[in-house]
Design a protein around this ligand. Sequence first.
Ligand code: FAD
Length: 352
Amino acid sequence: MDGNSNGADAHNAFLDCDLLIVGAGPVGLFAAYYAGFRGLKVAVVDALAEPGGQISAMYPEKLIFDIAGFPSVKGRDLVDGLLEQATRFDTRFLLGDRAQLLRPVALPGGRSEFEVVTANGASVRCGAVVVTAGIGAFAPRKLGAGDEFEGRGLAYFVPDPSEYANQDVVVVGGGDSAVDWALTLHPIARSVTLVHRRRTFRAHEASLVDLRATSVEIITDAQVAGVFGGPDVERVALTGPGVEDGRELPCRRLVAALGFVADLGPLRSWGLEIAHHRHLVVDSAMQTSVPGIFAAGDITEYPGKVRLIAVGFGEAATAVNNAAVFLNPEVELFPGHSTDAGPAAPAQSEMV
Ligand code: FAD
């Protein structure tokens, strides 16, 4: 990931920008690129510690076949490309933080701005907002054992599989993510064990067939009851009808792939028109019912809406260009072609 990391000053920070993007999923990342391309000063906030939204959370190892120009692209590679594109400009990323409150701020001369306050106490002042919050703020379902080892062997994402090389890995879960991660990690790890609390899996049958052809040990009807070590994870204890009582596994890396819960939560109180309790109603400029607040991607609703990444990319460009005009009515809606703009300045983006 490009950019510096200095999380210490991010919390209780005050940020000033032209445009705040709420959500660093694929659509938010493309909106960040586009806003940088338009010369706007941009901040992006996401509840998850990793950018990429649903792709990073649910299918980083899957191939996607309907992104224009890519006959097939792995989810993880698409997110990497979007990040590289988004961080070409001076963008500030607030990751692992959630946009909470929205307040209009009256300025002299009848103008107004917005202040968005995050769960970690950062205050972001901006002239406009693009909400790319997808299906809501994600939080991983917790393992319920060994939470204190998070970041010290216990992970809810696998951003960099190479960190798992030559390690004893235990993956917990029965869905596609758990099976995909077991499949991804087994060629490089010393050992991989998949632990699932039920006998049957929710993952695709084809992935399970692939998994059974590997050396991954599959333990069903079992749960992780205890995590031991210090300072990092060293072993886990299992419980359940599928294992003999007190069975322990060596474990240096524990991946809890138990799914994510998504919650529109605080966005409901922003005074925006909401359809079906979960989508923001937008017009053809991607503006919500509140002037200056735009939206793009899965969260939007209008007649004929199709929830696909390809559609979200187009909406992001529309939302950002209209936000640029909202911020400065003197500028053109059409941004010109990127081919005429030349290469961007070296990346200055900051990830916190
Ligand atoms: P999301 O990806 O949902 O990202 C939204 C981000 O906003 C999240 O990271 C969330 O944490 C953050 N957020 C929300 N609220 C807040 C808040 N208050 N504060 C801070 N952050 C917040 N689409 C395709 O086009 N092709 C496919 O092949 C395809 N396959 C898929 C396979 C699976 C298994 C799934 C689950 C989806 C698939 N999709 C596919 C759908 C695609 O992933 C979504 O359309 C896409 O992710 C939407 O992008 P987004 O940026 O709008 O929202």
